[in-house]
Design a protein around this ligand. Structure first.
Ligand SMILES: Cc1cc2nc3c(=O)[nH]c(=O)nc-3n(C[C@H](O)[C@H](O)[C@H](O)COP(=O)(O)OP(=O)(O)OC[C@H]3O[C@@H](n4cnc5c(N)ncnc54)[C@H](O)[C@@H]3O)c2cc1C
Length: 323
């Protein structure tokens, strides 16, 4: 393929993917498409369908392992769709999700207590959303403090933890379906689960997030506490993809988390090439600098096998794998 192919958005041929993930492993993709608005995303997706090009969608790459070598097809990244707005009043939300920003300045309320809602496009970063909400003293998303990635990935994965999940603040989500159709889903229409937004193959273009107004200092204090706690127990400054495995159902694991099962199986510090099971948190694999995807995949299987030998639990991966 050559870069002359006429895509309806910015496009890169044979683009490197490793630097677009937090694990920093993996090879290239034939086409990287970089739409800047939800409308451009839909057009790029339609162009891929017309040309029979397989698609994948990339957010912040914080929950992703990309294989070594060349991936076929196109990756549509949301990184240029990094927009977050105060929500306009109800009748005008639809335009904001599409990109009619001009209207927003007119209708967006200025005081923090009126209409505590954001419109976020899929590429809005989670840290920016958490920061913006806490600045306004809006509560609901503090549990996502320290979780990297973009809104779209967070909604698709139902990112979260012990202090709350992404879907706690979702009011509606705009998606593009595999057939290219665009729909708005209300919260009541959706069934998010543990680390799964339940959207199937639909792609998130944006969402309306609804919060509750609280004392601003208290919200900021909770964000600080959660960030400190995350830094204490997770290798947040190292290259990783977050938790590799889902926590198993409590009844099968004596209530132990995946990290604890891995630690109990003696896997902390286990290494394959430059990929190593973190000494700080058993459910994190860290790239010490030059790990290949093959190193990480081998280590994942070794950890899974060791845990299965010690218990009856066969750990299921939380991280997404692109091969
Ligand atoms: C240090 C660290 C700490 C972490 N802590 C947590 C934590 O506490 N809790 C937690 O839940 N996660 C955590 N994670 C994992 C990660 O931050 C979340 O899963 C995050 O929501 C992934 O978002 P992303 O945009 O990076 O998605 P990506 O990694 O880019 O993609 C993940 C999956 O979502 C799909 N996807 C991406 N964008 C869209 C879209 N617009 N529409 C549909 N599907 C899409 C991708 O195709 C892929 O299947 C952590 C990761 C790291 C590196």
């Amino acid at each position: 393929m050559s870069s002359s192919q006429n895509w309806p958005c910015a496009a890169l041929a044979r683009a490197d993917l490793a630097d677009r993930t937090t694990m920093r492993v993996g090879g290239r993709v034939e086409w990287l498409l970089e739409p800047a608005t939800p409308d451009e995303f839909v057009a790029a997706f339609a162009a891929c369908r017309e040309r029979g090009v397989a698609t994948r969608v990339l957010g912040g790459g914080a929950n992703l392992l990309v294989d070594d070598g060349m991936l076929g097809g196109a990756v549509l990244t949301t990184s240029r769709m990094n927009r977050l707005f105060r929500a306009p009043l109800d009748g005008e939300v639809s335009g904001a999700l599409t990109g009619e920003e001009a209207d927003l300045a007119r209708v967006a309320p200025r005081d923090r207590t009126t209409n505590p809602r954001f419109v976020a496009w899929a590429g809005a970063t989670m840290p920016a959303i958490v920061r913006a909400a806490s600045e306004l003293g809006w509560t609901g998303l503090e549990g996502l403090a320290g979780v990297p990635g973009n809104l779209g990935g967070g909604v698709a994965m139902n990112a979260g933890g012990r202090w709350g999940d992404m879907w706690d603040v979702i009011e509606r989500v705009r998606v593009v379906d595999p057939d290219g159709g665009v729909r708005d889903l209300l919260r009541a229409d959706c069934t998010p689960r543990y680390r799964d937004g339940g959207l199937g193959a639909s792609i998130v273009l944006g969402a309306v997030l609804a919060f509750r107004v609280e004392d601003s200092a208290r919200v900021k204090q909770r964000v600080r506490e959660y960030l400190l706690e995350k830094r204490r127990i997770q290798p947040v400054t190292e290259w990783s993809a977050g938790c590799i495995f889902k926590n198993p159902p409590k009844e099968t694991s004596d209530g132990r988390s995946a990290g604890k099962l891995i630690e109990d199986a003696g896997c902390k510090g286990l290494a394959r090439g430059d990929a190593i099971v973190s000494e700080l948190h058993g459910n994190f694999i860290v790239n010490r600098g030059a790990a290949s995807a093959a190193d990480v995949f081998t280590l994942i299987e070794d950890v899974r096998d060791r845990v299965a030998q010690k218990t009856t639990v066969r750990l299921e991966t939380e991280v997404k794998v692109w091969r």
